[in-house]
Design a protein around this ligand. Structure first.
Ligand code: PLP
Length: 488
């Protein structure tokens, strides 16, 4: 690594990316390439001799950019946002630049200590109970993804329970989730060795806006206990993936307490909004949970990956996940005065993620972070009003944050067609609408299906998105819907 060459190439890459952001609206939002497109553009084997960065950047522009879906495009309304920012990007660059491997305190004390501090800062911003903070006996850790956070807390809960009931009773452990819980939870439960027949997937209804009903949780746990099984872990969600439903944390945690069951709160997307006082009530009841996580790389401008996990009892994690190899033995660990984050996560090596969270918090300050989030929510309200004003559309579930779930309504189809449409016809026309919108390259949206209803999700959260992009998207939706209705 030659510092001068590093400086020269580094400047070129930053310039390249600045131009990329300046021109991002010129690219089709969702990549339009066909599968295996890249093979024909690149050689079969790696080069023997060095190639100049200029050539590599030229090929990047020519062959890689067409195969990118532009997640930071202001017209990317698909899935949930994965927002970066200048501070998030620079934090990531600094972290990569130092490239420290902070698995334990001694391997890079600042990496661990900054993480301890920013996790307490962020926890305070969210008004998490003191028991989730280092200052209150709990603590936070930065992991890669929510899936990892679910898995690590699940194995902590599993081992804690098995210490009580005996390891050979693992087959009796039951996990609870709703039919709206993110699919990665079932993967985590599978990896943790929970018997798949003990996954209680509780149905939700439109009346409860697709949130978990405490009575259903209560009945399920009673039936399991009567059947000789052991309630272990419940995954509650604040802001479900399909429709941003919020599970009622207080009543659920009360039920869990009766059985000493671990409650994890997955607030991957919506958790960040709770730094605004007007959204904080969605976390009411979190004080009864054992762990809480959100993805700062979704809606906290912190660049992939940055999942923030707080636990009340770090010792449960440590008992399940710690390793003590001689090669890592050191005085700081022996003194028990430091956090060794390798014992709070699945993997050993870890990146210095705290830097980007620190830069985001310092560069923008709480006031601006709240402003960005409110800005996205207000644009979603605006989009919702546009959809509500047009009789051909309907809002499928009430909006809570910056996601609007809508569809061409059955009545619009019936006005247009001679024979009465079935729910299947309505689903099909909405499916065609999303496909044609995405094929246009001007926007990217994804869909959801709840209770047999196919709907379109319009998720706002891009760092460059403004009202003009929302208005443009709405005009496009109206035009494409007109064409689809005429053709039906
Ligand atoms: N939980 C919720 C509510 C989500 O919306 C998502 C992804 O969108 C996840 C979990 C999965 O997150 P990750 O990819 O970080 O595991």
């Amino acid at each position: 690594l030659d510092p001068e060459e590093f400086r020269r190439q580094g400047h070129m890459v930053i310039d390249y990316l600045a131009d990329y952001y300046q021109n991002i609206e010129k690219y089709p939002v969702r990549s339009q390439v066909e599968p295996n497109y890249l093979k024909s553009h690149l050689p079969d084997s790696a080069p023997c001799n060095p190639e100049p960065i200029e050539n590599i950047l030229r090929d990047l522009q020519k062959h890689i950019i067409p195969g990118l879906t532009h997640w930071q495009s202001p017209s990317h309304f698909a899935l949930f946002p994965c927002a970066t920012s200048t501070a998030g990007f620079l934090g990531e660059v600094l972290s990569t630049g130092f490239n420290v491997v902070g698995f334990n305190w001694i391997s890079s004390p600042a990496a661990t200590e900054l993480e301890n501090i920013v996790m307490d800062w962020f926890g305070k911003l969210l008004k998490l109970p003191g028991s989730f903070l280092f200052s209150g006996g709990g603590g936070g850790v930065l992991q890669g993804t929510t899936c990892e956070a679910m898995l690590s807390t699940l194995v902590a809960a599993r081992d804690q329970m098995l210490r009580k009931i005996g390891r050979n009773n693992i087959g009796k452990l039951v996990v609870y989730l709703s039919n709206q819980t993110h699919f990665s939870f079932q993967k985590a439960a599978q990896i943790a060795g929970i018997n798949p027949s003990n996954f209680r997937v509780i149905s939700t209804t439109k009346d409860d806006e697709f949130s978990l009903c405490p009575n259903s949780v209560g009945s399920a746990t009673i039936a399991d206990v009567e059947g000789g099984l052991v309630p272990l872990y419940l995954c509650a969600t604040v802001g479900t993936t399909l429709s941003t439903a919020v599970d009622p944390l207080g009543p659920i945690c009360n039920i869990a307490e009766e059985y000493d069951m671990w409650v994890h709160v997955d607030a991957a997307y919506a958790g960040s909004a709770c730094i605004c006082p007007e959204f904080r009530h969605f976390l009411d009841g979190v004080e009864g949970a054992n762990s809480f996580s959100l993805n700062a790389h979704k809606w906290f401008f912190s660049s992939l990956d940055c999942c923030c996990l707080w636990v009340k009892d770090p010792s449960a994690l440590i008992k399940a996940l710690s390793t003590k190899p001689e090669i890592l033995r050191n005085q700081a660990t022996d003194s028990k005065q430091v956090v060794d984050y390798k014992d709070w996560q699945i993997n050993l090596s870890r990146r210095f993620r705290a830097l980007k969270l620190w830069l985001v918090l310092r560069s923008y300050g709480v006031v601006n972070l709240q402003k960005f989030i409110r800005g996205h929510v207000n644009m979603a309200k605006h989009f919702e009003q546009l959809a509500a004003m047009n009789k051909r559309f309907e809002i499928v579930v009430p909006r809570k944050f910056s996601l609007v779930c809508f569809r061409i309504s059955p009545s619009a189809m019936n006005q247009n067609c001679k024979i009465l449409s079935t729910e299947e016809d309505v689903n099909l026309i909405n499916q065609k609408l999303v496909e044609s919108l995405n094929a246009s390259g001007h926007v990217y949206m994804t869909h959801g299906v709840i209770g047999g209803i196919y709907f379109i999700r319009f998720a706002i959260g891009g760092p460059l998105t403004d009202y003009r992009h929302v208005d443009m998207a709405w005009t496009l939706i109206e035009d494409h819907a007109d064409a689809s209705l005429k053709a039906s």
